[in-house]
Design a binder for this molecule. Structure first.
Ligand code: CA
Length: 511
């Protein structure tokens, strides 16, 4: 060494990098049902698990914890997505239905067979004044990347653009909740007018690249850039799949010979999502950051089963695509709200400091009930953002539930609520305005049209076939009190009586 020279500013050493916050990949599939995978979420593998091909989800399950009682915050898209972003229950944000048009009147859907209609809900959706998960992560030094379906804020509002909500990068996200097309030949729906063309992927037009794959390539590039820049990333990987329109990915559709053509197409969409997960895991490995990347893989509502779908692998039809669960997307029953959830380190390594701070026991399953808005505090805890001063949210971190080695796990409130004072659209089981509560194995639902309670014991009757309202009045009374108190606490809006134009009362206290 020669005489003293000006030294360059010290760079973070590899040890410091190792001890920094983890990367977080939230992989939020759209409309992926509880049975739409080869990973069993039921107590036994089902015919659906044998039909679908999701080997990368299976590999992820082996690396981490499978939640068999995970729920979406809502049976439809936007409310769940906003709840993940804010940690707030849809009843509190009042973003209780899916968004598109910012004026309630235009967004209003009613049906002649219902006596009630939507309340004056927050049809604008998530907006920049709201506190959001990516904002908080940005302040903690994260690069925040949104890829795919956003569907946070209505058309023409600032919240339609994820970069106004705390994301540094937005790839393909805007107001609409579905793509006009999954095909590059149709420019992902930009070949026609309307709100459904996916923005920002023009370099893929005409390249025969399926939408899920285009989004995956863009996501991998954004991750690589963050790693190259030495910053931790939060990737909200939200493929438009497997939402309608059901359009086959030609690379995989031949894997389902002999099945209903719509169901083969649907299965190929799921397999494309699984391939996307695998590609991102491979990229993390190649970049040398798999040991320090937390994966949270889930869906925003139950699987579609009311329309558009075909004859299932079981030979069953409408409302039976989530069996043994009853009904599907939009419904009060389990098929509408129960979702897959897997939490894992991309590459388990007990010696990695980030993993010692947040241990995840590989290959475990838990029946602990958790819900989408629990992701908000869980992600913040993983990121080391422990206090959000003065901010009131409804989530409970499940980070402590990920260590299954027998150490004391955090006590959690296991009572969960769903509130959907809307008509989603199609007719079918549980597809009407409702509020529901699950406490232990009991689930009480209140339907506002033709007002009535229904009570189910999920331990004995997961398919919600036997209504126990008459048999167990004391349980109905107890849960009705719990439901009413919660609705008052969060300011839940009841539907409006169409004849009178005024909100209907909260669910009654039975005698
Ligand atoms: Ca959805």
């Amino acid at each position: 060494m020669g005489p003293a020279q000006a030294q360059p500013a010290p760079q973070a050493t590899s040890t410091e990098v190792q001890e920094g916050p983890p990367n977080i990949l939230l992989f939020l599939v759209d409309d992926l049902g509880w049975q739409d995978t080869s990973v069993p979420f039921h107590v036994v593998p089902t015919p659906f698990n044998r039909f679908y091909r999701t080997p990368h989800m299976e590999a992820l399950a082996r690396r981490g914890v499978v939640f068999t009682n995970a729920y979406a915050s809502s049976p439809v898209c936007t409310p769940t997505r906003v709840s993940i972003m804010t940690g707030r229950h849809p009843a509190r944000t009042r973003v209780t239905d899916w968004t598109l048009y910012p004026d309630v009147e235009r967004q209003q859907r009613s049906a002649p067979w219902l006596a009630v209609a939507s309340p004056a809900w927050n049809a604008r959706g998530l907006q920049p004044a709201d506190t959001t998960l990516p904002q908080l992560l940005q302040r903690a030094g994260y690069r925040t990347i949104h890829v795919g379906k956003a569907h946070f804020g209505a058309l023409g509002t600032p919240g339609a653009d994820p970069t106004n909500l705390g994301f540094d990068v937005n790839i393909g996200g805007h107001a609409a909740g579905a793509p006009g097309s999954y095909y590059s030949a149709a420019r992902y729906g930009n070949d026609r007018d309307g709100p459904w063309g996916v923005p920002g992927l023009s370099s893929y037009y005409g390249t025969d690249t399926y939408l899920t794959e285009a989004l995956t390539q863009e996501a991998a590039a954004a991750v690589e850039e963050a790693v190259g820049d030495g910053v931790p990333f939060f990737l909200n990987m939200a493929p438009y799949a497997v939402h309608t329109p059901i359009m086959a990915d030609s690379q995989y559709v031949d894997h389902y010979p002999g099945s209903d053509s719509v169901e083969a197409a649907y299965a190929s969409m799921i397999e494309a999502v699984d391939v996307s997960l695998g590609a991102l895991l491979d990229r993390l490995q190649a970049l040398g950051v798999a040991e320090r990347t937390l994966i949270l893989f889930t869906s925003d509502n139950g699987g579609l089963s009311a329309h558009t779908r075909g004859l299932t692998a079981l030979g069953t039809h409408t409302h039976q695509h989530n069996l043994p669960l009853r009904s599907g997307k939009g419904a009060a029953y389990e098929g509408g709200i129960r979702v897959p959830l897997i939490a894992a380190w991309a590459a388990p390594d007990p010696a990695a400091p980030v993993q010692q701070r947040l241990p995840i026991t590989p290959g475990e399953r838990t029946s602990d009930p958790v819900v989408s808005h629990d992701l908000f505090p869980t992600v913040l805890e993983a990121a080391g953002v422990l206090s959000v001063q003065g901010y009131r949210h409804d989530g409970q971190s499940f980070a402590a539930q990920l260590d299954r080695t027998g150490k004391q796990r955090a006590e959690r409130d296991t009572t969960h609520y769903w509130h959907y004072p809307h008509l989603w659209g199609p007719q079918g089981p549980g597809l009407e305005p409702f509020t529901a509560v699950r406490a232990g194995d009991w689930k009480l639902i209140y339907f506002y049209d033709d007002p009535r309670y229904e009570l189910y014991d999920l331990a004995d009757d997961l398919g919600e076939t036997t209504d126990l309202v008459e048999a167990r009045p004391e349980v109905v009374r107890r849960l009705a009190r719990t439901m009413r108190a919660w609705m008052q606490r969060v300011g839940a809006q009841t539907p409006v009586a169409r004849a009178a134009g005024t909100p209907v009362p909260h669910p009654p206290l039975p005698d």
